[in-house]
Design a protein around this ligand. Structure first.
Ligand SMILES: Cc1cc2nc3c(=O)[nH]c(=O)nc-3n(C[C@H](O)[C@H](O)[C@H](O)COP(=O)(O)OP(=O)(O)OC[C@H]3O[C@@H](n4cnc5c(N)ncnc54)[C@H](O)[C@@H]3O)c2cc1C
Length: 498
């Protein structure tokens, strides 16, 4: 009965983000060209949606592969050719639009479920969430089982602000909480250690230190990932590297719809002309900018013709990047001792290490290497490298020390290959950013932006945001051309108590 009421209050866990007019045509009847800049998920989304409708799409990507942060590429090490990626990615069940797209292009068959959402802490302790009821609200009450909430959480006057986790709404949450950091919220509410551990993991998954992370973004993420649907905290992963399990399918789709992909082609020239745009010397009717935050700032700063659109220009050039993050993948001659661990494990960081992925358990190519070489492939992430750890060597040293803290059985292992990345191209979901973030439809006619950093009053985040926003940009262009939009969906926009 309670479950039915919750489902009803939360609109069956699905809402339509738009209502396409079915009387409009689907296909373009006159030639129109679109430049899509950046071949991450957002760019792939915009390009696929528009190419399918008959637009002449040119997708520009600076790397020699598509995918951006879900791209994968080859590298040589000690006489072997191996593949690596930007890092482990979880595809949550509430990534509704992205999952529909994976189905459409045939890639969804590569999704496999993880076993548990696990956090390691205090050396030998682990916090899993298996068996938790997936119904929103009931799942929060059940966190009692794990000592994360107790009756005091909501009754204690200091704990009253926790109610805000249950009443997310765009109208109030950002006003009230975008200027407060998670660290300050946790201190003010005397958050217990277990709850702090869970929220720290959440906050780090957004590449921010607790003192920088906007509490409003964290409340939205808690709503999106935990309180607005019955997907639960569990998610799926791709069983094979990103190129084989995802990007190849998107490339086939694009080529079937006559889109042109310009690999290894960084856009260095972007101009707004009287009508349309010039991109690397080619003319286009529309432009969708899908670059990451770092390169968006750079490209906009060197573009021409945008200066008179003050608001868009200043929003794009003042976007905030996250701090630095690091990904270290290791090919070794050892395995973890605890065979019950899931593919991906959060670690309560001592200084640097936030997660460890056991690739040999998860991904076909890695499993094959592991079988042939009798060793494990581990990937270590630091989602936010502390400000006092600067050099690559120092970061690696900290990551390794912390790996051995949690997995002492790996001490002394031989590392046959490694691939290290130390980057700063993730959006900063920091305090006081929301109001000034650009929206998909800009004030520049025919110019749209998409990516996980764009502001939109809908409940999507990270990969789902990138896919959904690329599709919304495509919908705006279809609307301009009098075409039927594609249907997009989402979890409900308000929390259960809002
Ligand atoms: C280590 C790591 C782990 C993550 N884990 C998860 C997870 O578990 N779940 C989840 O949902 N999300 C996760 N994310 C976030 C997710 O990867 C991103 O939100 C999403 O992929 C962003 O897609 P995008 O298209 O907006 O941007 P990007 O993937 O950054 O794509 C931007 C593209 O633009 C290209 N580009 C830049 N400048 C130019 C130029 N001048 N000309 C041409 N091309 C250019 C870049 O090369 C890139 O291909 C993770 C991210 C990282 C780094």
């Amino acid at each position: 009965m309670l479950k039915k009421l919750i489902r009803k209050k939360l609109q069956n866990y699905r809402i339509n983000l738009n209502e396409p007019d079915l009387s409009l045509p689907e296909k373009l009847s006159q030639p129109k060209s679109v430049a899509v800049i950046g071949g991450g998920i957002a760019g792939i989304s915009a390009a696929c949606n528009l190419a399918e409708r008959g637009f002449s799409v040119h997708l520009f990507e600076k790397e020699n592969f598509l995918g951006g942060k879900v791209g994968s590429w080859e590298f040589e090490s000690n006489g072997e050719t191996l593949r690596t990626e930007h890092g482990f990615h979880g595809f949550f069940r509430q990534y509704l639009n992205l999952r529909n797209f994976l189905k459409k292009i045939g890639a969804h068959k590569h999704l496999i479920p993880i076993d548990d959402y696990t956090i390691l802490f205090d050396k030998n302790k682990k916090q899993g969430f298996k068996g938790l009821d997936n119904t929103p609200l009931i799942n929060v009450l059940e966190l009692r089982k794990f000592g994360i909430v107790d009756w005091k959480t909501f009754i204690n006057p200091l704990g009253l602000p926790f109610i805000n986790l249950l009443n997310f709404s765009f109208a109030t949450t950002y006003k009230k909480f975008d200027s407060e950091s998670f660290a300050s919220f946790a201190k003010r509410t005397h958050m217990n250690d277990k709850m702090r551990l869970v929220f720290n993991s959440f906050s780090r998954a957004f590449f921010a230190e607790p003192e920088d992370m906007s509490m409003a973004e964290l409340i939205k993420s808690f709503h999106f990932y935990f309180l607005s649907n019955e997907g639960g905290l569990l998610y799926d992963v791709l069983d094979s590297d990103f190129q084989n399990s995802f990007i190849t399918y998107a490339e086939d789709f694009l080529s079937r719809h006559a889109a042109q992909i310009h690999y290894s082609t960084p856009v260095t020239e972007l101009s707004k002309k009287e009508r349309g745009f010039a991109v690397n010397g080619m003319d286009f009717d529309y432009c969708v900018l899908c670059t990451d935050v770092k390169h968006t700032k750079r490209l906009t700063a060197q573009s021409t013709g945008f200066e008179k659109y003050n608001r868009t220009f200043s929003q794009l050039t003042s976007l905030k990047q996250s701090g630095r993050y690091a990904v270290l993948r290791l090919w070794t001659d050892r395995f973890e001792a605890d065979k019950t661990l899931p593919f991906f494990i959060f670690t309560d960081r001592l200084k640097c290490l936030d997660s460890v992925t056991l690739y040999h358990k998860m991904e076909k190519e890695s499993a094959r290497w592991s079988e042939e070489n009798k060793g494990g492939i581990f990937e270590l992430h630091s989602y936010s490298v502390p400000k006092d750890i600067l050099s690559d060597e120092e970061v690696k040293e900290h990551l390794m020390q912390e790996l051995y803290h949690y997995f002492p059985e790996l001490k002394g292992m031989k590392i046959t290959h490694e691939f290290f990345q130390h980057r700063d191209d993730f959006p900063g979901f920091h305090t006081n950013q929301y109001a000034n973030r650009p929206e998909i439809k800009t004030e520049v006619p025919g110019f749209y932006v998409a990516g996980d950093w764009v502001k939109m009053n809908n409940c999507t985040m990270l990969m789902e945001a990138a896919y959904t926003f690329g599709s919304i940009a495509a919908n705006y262009i279809m609307e301009q051309e009098g075409l039927r939009e594609n249907q997009l969906i989402s979890v409900p926009l308000k929390g259960i108590l809002a």
